[in-house]
Design a protein around this ligand. Structure first.
Ligand code: GLN
Length: 535
């Protein structure tokens, strides 16, 4: 049977509950336990698939095609294991299922209430997740902040599950110790109040994690313990660090694994964080910068491209370089803004990430043209691969109005080198249109892709509607534009590259989703490699 660790947050949002949940899970995993992490999100959207990355950050896609929020990306990067759609539940999903059951008459005319029906459904989902993932420990992060109206049913679930699972469930609470510059001290009152609120809801935290931007004196941790009725050794400092990947190491210095093992009767644990130590040491060692241009739509919004940025950074560390992201505004490129063009010229490599809709498309095509003509290392991700094909068709093959069906709503062009394919035998599409989740790709021997991956068959995650149009194949034949990977069954195009260029390669999938902090995805690793050889 699985054990449960619940993580709640207090005082304010953005403290990094996801990182605490991930770090705790990473420690347990390093001790040989099987762990998974689940997110319970109090918002009313059924899933984040339709939420704007402007507001909500990137949509992270799992192997099974579930569209989740970026926390699941952190989870996977920390525990280096794929999660499943059962690991993400929102209030919207819970309500829609309960209401559907009500319409089906499953409640036999009974009155449906938040407690017990909504809470019962949430509990069922947590238990199902533990069972499906087959884990020793399921870490469950509750979104939002204790005291939020929407969050109450979730806190109630912890209370009910504590009754049921007793010593097999612990709850961790993350709070903030704000620093008052005038008096030069960190304050504990907001933490006390937050824990008081938690206790009002029937939860007594087993451990408290205190965020602070400055070093927390030991006496203060003791004070938090005293006022919140938690043993002082269970109050863990979570001071701001340079890299989030240092956090498991910091926590382990405070015996987090040992405390959890004792609370949950996990036996004597021996976490082995050697890989983390080595990885963090490598990150700290990298001093020399390398600039990668990110030609996206949500400029300067790190969260909208979180996995892409993480993949670039870890690729940098692999080569002992610290990657700096230069945002390239493709709308400005479209307007031939000289400053923006100068940025493009100055970066060591370019990534054209995924995206939807028309905005900045011509600028992206101009970016691809610049990279092709100037041997600038280029990595296209999903939309970035479609852009690469369109640019080549227009400027090399002479199909002047080549475009994607997506950008040509009025069907003015006959040259849709990228087009829409309805549901077909080997490709399931969500809502009939969106290709989601993992698909195999067979790589052509002798191509750059084959060199990068070093294997014939790979498997990568997708989230897109449009595909390369094979009707135009004869135009691309005998050109430098090579199709180096296809889905073995449907034959859909997965990887394209330019054989006359040192490193111009693009994928219809999202390699950034499976890149890891200490094990960069090969496409990113070799993008940085190519930039370095050009230095
Ligand atoms: N908009 C493109 C499509 O739907 C690309 C999607 C993406 O980059 N994720 O095919």
């Amino acid at each position: 049977m699985s054990k449960f660790i619940f993580v709640t947050g207090g005082v304010c949002s953005s403290l990094g509950k996801g990182i605490v949940a991930s770090s705790v899970a990473a420690i347990l995993k390093s001790a040989g336990l099987k762990v998974a992490i689940m997110k319970l999100d109090p918002y009313l959207n059924v899933d984040p698939g339709t939420m704007s990355p402007f507001q909500h950050g990137e949509v992270f896609v799992l192997e099974d095609g579930s569209e989740t929020d970026l926390d699941l990306g952190h989870y996977e990067r920390f525990i280096d294991a794929p999660l499943s759609g059962v690991c993400t539940v929102t209030t919207g999903r819970v309500y829609s299922e309960v209401l559907e059951e009500e319409r089906d008459g499953k409640y036999l005319g009974g009155t449906i209430q938040v407690v017990p029906h909504i809470t019962g459904k949430i509990m069922q989902k947590v238990e199902q997740a533990a069972k499906k993932m087959g884990v020793d420990v399921l870490v469950v992060e509750i979104g939002g902040t204790v005291g939020d109206i929407e969050g109450e049913p979730f806190i109630e679930v912890i209370r009910q599950m504590k009754n049921k699972y007793k010593d097999d469930l612990v709850s961790l609470h993350l709070t903030l110790l704000p620093y008052l510059a005038a008096s030069g001290e960190l304050k504990t009152k907001p933490t006390q109040l937050s824990v008081r609120e938690l206790r009002r809801l029937g939860i007594h935290p087993d451990m408290i994690f205190c965020r602070a931007d400055v070093k927390i004196p030991k006496a203060l941790l003791k004070k938090v313990g005293y006022f919140c009725d938690v043993p002082p050794e269970n109050v863990i400092p979570a001071e701001t660090v340079k890299s989030i990947y240092e956090i498991p190491l910091r926590f382990e210095k405070h015996n987090v694994g040992g405390i959890l093992a004792e609370k949950l009767n996990l036996g004597a644990l021996e976490p082995d964080l050697t890989k983390w130590e080595e990885g963090v040491a490598k990150m700290t060692k990298a001093k020399k910068e390398l600039t990668i241009g990110l030609a996206g739509k949500y400029n300067e919004l790190d969260d909208a491209y979180l996995s892409v940025i993480e993949a670039c950074k870890s690729a940098g560390f692999y080569h002992d370089r610290k990657v700096r992201i230069e945002w390239i505004d493709t709308e400005k490129i479209e307007a031939k803004d000289e400053e923006e063009m100068a940025k493009l010229e100055s970066v060591a490599a370019v990534v054209v990430p995924g995206g939807f809709g028309n905005r900045g498309i011509e600028g992206k095509i101009a970016v691809a043209k610049y990279c092709r003509e100037n041997n600038k290392p280029y990595l296209g991700l999903c939309l970035g691969s479609q852009i690469m094909a369109i640019e080549f068709a227009r400027n090399v093959l002479g199909l002047k109005d080549a475009t994607s069906e997506e950008f040509d709503e009025e069907s003015k062009s006959k040259n849709h080198v990228i087009h829409f394919i309805p549901e077909q035998k080997h490709i399931k599409r969500k809502g009939g249109t969106m290709r989601l989740g993992v698909y195999d790709c067979k790589i052509e021997p002798g191509t750059l892709a084959h060199k990068v991956y070093g294997k014939d068959l790979i498997s990568e995650r997708h989230r897109h509607r449009y595909e390369f149009n094979d009707d135009f194949l004869s135009h691309f034949d005998n050109s430098d534009f090579v199709i180096s990977g296809r889905h073995p069954k449907s034959k859909l195009v997965e990887i394209v590259e330019n054989k006359a260029h040192p490193y111009m390669i693009a994928a219809q999938f999202h390699p950034e989703l499976i890149s890891r902090p200490f094990k960069p995805h090969p496409l990113f690793r070799d993008l940085v490699g190519a930039a370095l050889s050009a230095e």
